[in-house]
Ligand binder design. Sequence first.
Ligand code: AMP
Length: 282
Amino acid sequence: MQTLRTIAEVRAAVHATRERGGTVGLVPTMGAFHEGHLSLMRAARAAHDLVVVSLFVNPTQFGPGEDLAAYPRDEQSDASLAEGAGTDILFAPPVDEVYPDGFATSIHVSGITDVLCGATRPGHFDGVATVVTKLFGIVAPDAAYFGQKDAQQILVVRRVVRDLDLPVQVVACPIVRERDGLAMSSRNAYLDAASRQRATALNRALGAAEAAVAAGHTTAAEVLGAARAELATSGIDPEYLELRSPDDLAEVDAVAPAALLAVAARVGAARLIDNRLLEASR
Ligand code: AMP
């Protein structure tokens, strides 16, 4: 595996693969790798000749007062984990390589970014859409791999790709969880022991909603009530807990036939998100 810092070096490596007729898979990340990240790298490895992983804590997707400065960074450990998962190129640019002086462009996706995380993190998805579009321009991958953990992010990226006719296949990979069900996240590092324990309530809440649906209780009130009750047992008051269309995040009033249940909550020092696609049995 090579660690590259410049756009020119990445382009040269990709060009060499293309000359040989090879395909390229991209995994955009902010580092602090866990099994969730590694699952995306392995999926890319299984499908492509060249696997490029970007490691860039993107300042434009953090709002004022968010955790940009505190975000966990350990490039050495990340490099060895990425190599173990079959990565060929770790693209870890400095900020001014991505945002040189005079940088003035932003990609804004309207509508689907107004709700869920977009409602409480204004500008967040502009930062995501802009950096992902840049990475697509730099790497020109055949496919890019994202985790379903960030369900709204995948919808935003898919919309950019469709609206701007970008020739990239967006691949969504399943949420990887700890043994006790907590969705893996770089931000889990912020949790002390007590908060780490309470954080398991998010997955349990999604499970309670799923059980409600399986029992035929498919209205939004029933599904959200089941999830909210489970969160309450751990004293968690969510930032949002909502049932939305998996296609465009429109609010839905029932799981009919499917709906995305998404939750965000502050638990101790961390803001955590999780989600589940609920499907009503016919
Ligand atoms: P991040 O480094 O947090 O920006 O995440 C980079 C990519 O890894 C994103 O596409 C995330 O959705 C994905 N990811 C993060 N956590 C998980 C997880 N627990 N399971 C699957 N994918 C994940």
